[in-house]
Design a protein around this ligand. Sequence first.
Ligand code: GAR
Length: 232
Amino acid sequence: MSSTSLKSRASSISEPLRVAVLVSGSGSNLQVLIDAMQAGELPIEIVGVISNREDAYAITRATDADIPVVVLSHVASGKRMGIKTFETHASAQLQDWQPDLIVLAGFMRVLSSNFIHHAIAPMINLHPSLLPAYKGLDTHQRVIQAGERHHGCSIHVVTAELDAGAVLTRALLEVNLKDTADSLQVRVQKLEHQLLPWTILLLAKGVLTLNTDSSDDANYLPALPLTLHIDQ
Ligand code: GAR
C-alpha cells in the first residue's frame, strides 16, 4: 500500500496496517507496539525494524518477536556511514517490506528531504515535547530550565524541516516543582507508551488521515492535534 492508499484507509480497514519502525535505542516504544500487536489490540503488522545502532536494545526486542531487523550502523569498522549510504540501504529495505506507514520511534538520525519526499509510505515521528515547542534535543532539561508548567510528547508527520511537520496527536502532563530532567523523561515516556499505539490505532482505523488535501471531502480531517490528558 502506498501513501495514497493510507489516505483512503477507511476502505481497506480489514487488512492490518503494515508498519516499519526505525529505532536507535532501547525500543520501549517499539515494545509497546509489539505487545499491542501480539495481544490483538492493534490492527498492525510490524513488517520490519531498521536500527542505525548495532547496540540498540530495540534489536533484541524485535528479534525476540520474530520481526525482521536490519542494522545500518552509523559506525561500521570505525568508519562513519554517511546519511546517503544509510538512506540508500534503508530505501531498498523499505521497498522490500512495502509498509503502509513508517514510524520513527526514538530514531536519532536526521533524514534528508530527498529520502522523506521519496519514501514509500508516510512517516510519523514521536517527539518528547509538546510541539511546536521544544523541537530538537534535550527537551526535558530545556523545559525545566524555562520553568514550564506543562510538558509532554507529540506525534507529527515527518517533513524536511526537523520536528516541524503537522502535529497529529499530543499527550500532556503537569510539571511538578520536584521534577528533574530525569523524572520528566520517565513521566513523558509513560505518556509516549499510550500516545503511540493510540495514534497508530486512529490511523489504522482510518479515523485519522494523513491526507491534508482539503479538496477531498471524503477524507475528513479532524482538528489537530488530538490531545490525550492522562493522570499520572
Ligand atoms: C523516546 O523518549 C522518544 O521520545 C525519543 O527517544 C526516546 C526513545 O525511547 N525521541 C527523540 O528524542 C526524537 N527526537 P525508546 O527507544 O525507549 O522507545
